[in-house]
Design a binder for this molecule. Structure first.
Ligand code: ATP
Ligand code: MG
Length: 499
């Protein structure tokens, strides 16, 4: 135990945490901050959640706080502060010191046993940096329990298991991928002995539930350096138990336009999505967009080049089965599959017309069309070529905006052809179109006129006019519409600086 970090950033710790510790201690129990929050605290980072460990039993804890909930097999009690109504809600998780029993299936302990000794609780934790306990009072660290050199490992930026690595990975093989996830999130390296144990025990990962693997894999993708992390998963022999399909791209060469093999290209494409801080779905689609290139590659004698016809179609199916296997939620799967399926669209730069853009919006949907552009941006960067010609990219954006807007037309009016016929008690004929266009002109001049009462009254007046006069007014309306349409499109082009 030591006090070396006594005055370090204790203002980072919320009052709810110190209060929880105070209440437990006043009642005669021990209480410590532990796990990820203590680690992040020493790193000066804001923790995602705050965990407290104590020698009190769940029943003791429940009795000490006004609002708690307790409904799990690990003994964790949620202490509730604030209110969900005014967004002050904060839940501090308090867990009794515990020892985990035998891990007969390499996944979860068969039983959880409470203990009175904090050192038992710290011993069961995965890595030294996650096995430090601190006790704070009045914003000052009173006591630090660091039995395995976790603080030094944080300083040295090292991930190392608590205890013998091979035994710890045999107990729970999820720790194999957690080591890589933590190293990716923290920018730490994995200690040599721990690394060799990961390599020796990598096969155990196949026995871990896909949901648990998915959660760690997701955190890896959402870290700042997912490319390095996936390379590490590969070199440690873990990737073959997560997404073996990716490894098929290794050494699969492409054409001159590509400086990299399929594997390197996919990783670079995904890394760019991470550099841009884009969503998980974009990162997944970037990673998998060319997943079917290895099996669709053919050599064309005419062009002396490789072709990859249909790789986006085969790839979208393969992506779907990978994501289903990893138990990703349906919503995420659907979006990623769609982006992979259509990722070639913006690459065929010559064929992009406004109507092609309209069709693509119909394929991927209005909400996802901009993400398809983002995939294009990543894909381009992933080839190692310079950025997309800024003009071309602006042109695509301008075309999308143009295709997305609602055109000016008589559809905007609060009356339609059928209404005109009813109001005027007339049969179908050219007068209906002339009237609608004449009304449109007035409404474009003054939008407040777009109401049933005015339009009804005005329709009756217009229908009294001689045909030629009404036809002229109708023509004026059409001209006005065209003029406004053109100027709106010009505005969009000007906004994107394209012609
Ligand atoms: P994060 O910042 O992502 O929450 P974390 O370190 O808090 O990271 P959690 O999964 O929330 O990770 O776990 C909380 C703590 O529980 C860890 O810091 C570690 O001490 C312990 N722990 C979690 N998973 C395991 C495991 N599989 N084996 C041993 N200890 C674990
Ligand atoms: Mg946590």
């Amino acid at each position: 135990m030591n006090n070396q970090c006594k005055y370090m950033q204790s203002e980072l710790i919320p009052t709810q945490v110190t209060n929880t510790i105070d209440v437990l201690e006043k009642a005669g129990f021990e209480a410590y901050m532990v796990g990820g929050c203590t680690r992040d605290f020493f790193l000066g980072k804001k923790p995602k959640d705050w965990d407290i460990t104590t020698n009190a039993t769940p029943e003791n804890i429940v009795a000490l706080f006004p609002k708690t909930f307790y409904e799990n097999t690990f003994g964790t009690v949620g202490v509730v502060y604030g209110d969900s109504q005014d967004e002050t809600l904060k839940i501090i998780e308090v867990t009794p010191y515990r020892i985990e029993g035998v891990y007969s299936d390499h996944r979860r302990p068969d039983s959880v046993v409470f203990t009175k000794d904090i050192s038992d609780d710290l011993k069961r934790r995965d890595f030294t940096v996650n096995a430090i306990a601190i006790n704070v009072s009045n914003g000052v660290i009173k006591d630090t329990v660091d039995l395995f050199g976790g603080i030094k490992d944080i300083k040295d930026k090292v991930i190392r298991t608590v205890g013998k690595p091979e035994e710890r990975f045999e107990e729970d093989a999820l720790r194999l991928i957690r080591a890589v996830r933590l190293s990716a999130e923290l920018g730490f390296t994995i200690n040599a002995e721990t690394r060799s144990a990961i390599m020796a025990k990598s096969g155990l990962l196949s026995g871990v539930s896909r949901e648990r693997v998915r959660d760690e894999f997701t955190k890896i993708l959402l870290s700042d350096k997912p490319k390095e992390a996936i390379e590490l998963l590969h070199s440690l022999g873990l990737l073959q138990y997560i997404v073996p399909e990716l490894e098929k791209g290794i050494n699969v060469e492409q054409n001159q336009a590509h400086s990299f093999d399929v594997w390197e290209h996919c990783l670079r494409t995904m890394q760019h999505a991470a550099d841009k801080k884009w969503l998980l779905e974009i990162r997944l689609a970037a990673l998998f967009h060319d997943i079917a290139k290895p099996q669709t590659r053919r050599f064309s004698r005419e062009t002396n080049q490789f072709t990859f016809y249909g790789h986006e179609v085969v790839g979208s199916r393969e992506t779907e089965s990978i994501l289903e296997r990893l138990k990703f939620p349906r919503k995420i799967i659907d979006k990623v599959v769609k982006l992979v399926r259509w990722h070639m669209f913006f690459s065929d730069t010559e064929t992009i017309t406004l109507s092609a853009v309209r069709r693509m919006i119909a394929n991927v949907g209005k909400d996802d069309i901009w993400d398809l552009v983002n995939i294009r941006i990543c894909d381009r960067i992933g080839t190692g070529r310079p950025k997309e010609s800024p003009y071309r990219l602006r042109k695509y954006k301008s075309m999308i905006e143009e295709a997305l807007r609602d055109p000016i037309s008589v559809v905007m009016l609060k009356v339609d052809g059928k209404a005109i016929m009813e109001i005027g008690k007339i049969n179908p004929g050219p007068k209906i179109g002339w009237t609608l266009n004449a009304l449109l002109e007035e409404v474009l001049e003054n939008p407040t006129l777009n109401n049933i009462e005015y339009l009804t009254k005005r329709t009756l007046e217009l229908l009294q006019l001689p045909d030629n006069d009404l036809k002229k007014l109708g023509k004026q309306g059409e001209d006005k519409r065209d003029e406004l349409e053109n100027s709106n499109i010009e505005d969009i082009k000007r906004k994107h600086h394209v012609s």
